[in-house]
Design a protein around this ligand. Structure first.
Ligand SMILES: [Zn+2]
Length: 98
């Protein structure tokens, strides 16, 4: 009986890691911002809010994410000038190579 449970546990673990990889549930591009192994964001969101105000979407844009044109981990700046709106699909395409 114990052996029978092993595949179930493996399936459960796989589904967990898939869920936690989905950073696109947020309106903000965490993939661009990731600069260290832990993947956490140590910045304030002032620049993002300024960008959203400037583009007339102060409360976010349904179906879109705020993307860094040059990702922060590639040396891009965390400023409104380096931000753009991408659809969720376009954004997935951009980060597919990661
Ligand atoms: Zn991005």
């Amino acid at each position: 009986m114990r052996l029978f449970l092993v595949p179930v546990i493996i399936m459960f673990l796989q589904s967990c890691s898939t869920t936690s990889n989905n950073h696109h549930s947020s309106v903000y591009c965490n993939t661009c911002a990731r600069s260290s192994n832990d993947g956490s964001i140590h910045r304030d969101i002032t620049a993002k809010k300024a960008f959203m105000r400037q583009t007339d979407y102060p409360n976010g844009r349904p179906g879109y994410v705020v993307d860094h044109i040059i990702p922060l981990y590639k040396g891009g700046e965390d400023t409104p000038e380096n931000m753009q709106w991408l659809t969720v699909g376009q954004h997935k395409e951009k980060h597919r190579d990661l």
